[in-house]
Write a protein that binds this ligand. Structure first.
Ligand SMILES: [Zn+2]
Ligand SMILES: [Zn+2]
Length: 290
């Protein structure tokens, strides 16, 4: 189980991807919850970092460079890869993220089109694309559309919005291969941790070959501490990290939704261990001196 040492969160989202908070709101909330080291890990974008850093300097939160990339490998169509400690100005990374952004923009518009078709079938007014866009600071994603459906009075909550509209209307995300994702971050001077492995599988026969392949491609960490992992299941993921010589990492995966974990925790009363950042930094420093 996580140690009581908290103050660290290596996984959180803003409204530059599918979170609901602005970068400044996120950082202020982190400070309020005692998080002193926060990695902002938006999906496929670094756009939140400048505002988050300014807000962090003002309220005593050290904002770490981070990102969450969607990648594919074999039968796994949607693996999430967390990148840390890379150069946020790296030109190749910038070019790649611009390409992914265009793909994600088209995906958001495609889902909106489908939602509006469904609403029209139900005899309801469509969502206005300009108004919906105001929920997002960058690319329009499903949680933004869920909030619009709730605010419009069409759904009681996000769960209902996903069940009735956003799951049936889902469209594939643009994604890199696992190798491309790890290499992209490594070439920019950073390291990667595989996010919430429990979302992919709880079966070691399924997980082990993926972790072995990812490790051979340069994977550094495994996100052991995550809200998708019940506290009782943490030892299983700690053992998987140990077996594959991966650094255990952790974060709340905070999205600013009314339900969900608090920043710095994976479950009420279970803080992300304060050691994860230090261990990951030590791994990165060791790699440089190889
Ligand atoms: Zn994720
Ligand atoms: Zn996430």
């Amino acid at each position: 189980m996580p140690t009581p040492l908290g103050g660290v969160d290596l996984h959180a989202h803003t409204n530059h991807s599918d979170g609901l908070d602005t970068p400044a709101q996120l950082v202020v909330k982190a400070a309020r919850h005692g998080v002193r080291h926060l990695a902002v890990t938006d999906h496929d974008t670094l756009a939140a970092l400048p505002e988050a850093r300014v807000a962090g300097a003002a309220c005593g939160v050290e904002v770490k460079t981070g990102i969450e990339l969607s990648v594919q490998h074999g039968d796994f169509g949607d693996i999430h890869l967390l990148g840390y400690f890379f150069d946020s100005e790296d030109a190749a990374l910038d070019t790649c993220l611009a390409r992914l952004k265009e793909g994600r923009t088209q995906r958001g518009l495609e889902i909106l089109r489908c939602v509006n078709c469904k609403l029209s079938d139900l005899g309801r007014a469509p969502l206005d694309s300009e108004r919906v866009q105001q929920y997002a600071s960058g690319v329009l994603t499903r949680p933004h559309l869920a909030q619009a459906l709730v605010d419009q009075g069409y759904c009681k909550g996000h769960q209902e919005a996903f069940r009735d509209f956003l799951i049936p209307c889902n469209a594939p995300k643009p994604a890199l291969s696992l190798e491309e994702g790890i290499r992209l971050i490594a070439n920019a001077g950073g390291i990667c941790s595989l996010a919430h492995p429990g979302v992919l599988s709880n079966d070691p026969n399924v997980l082990d070959p993926l972790l072995a392949a990812a490790k051979s491609l340069g994977l550094a960490g495994l996100e052991v501490y995550h809200r998708a992992h019940h506290p009782d299941a943490i030892p299983f993921f700690e053992a998987a990290a140990l077996r594959h010589h991966l650094v255990p990492t952790g974060g709340s995966d905070y999205h600013g939704r009314p339900t969900g974990p608090t920043l710095g925790e994976i479950a009420p009363g279970y803080p992300v261990p304060g050691t994860v950042l230090h261990d990951l930094q030590r791994f990165a420093a060791g790699r440089e001196s190889d």
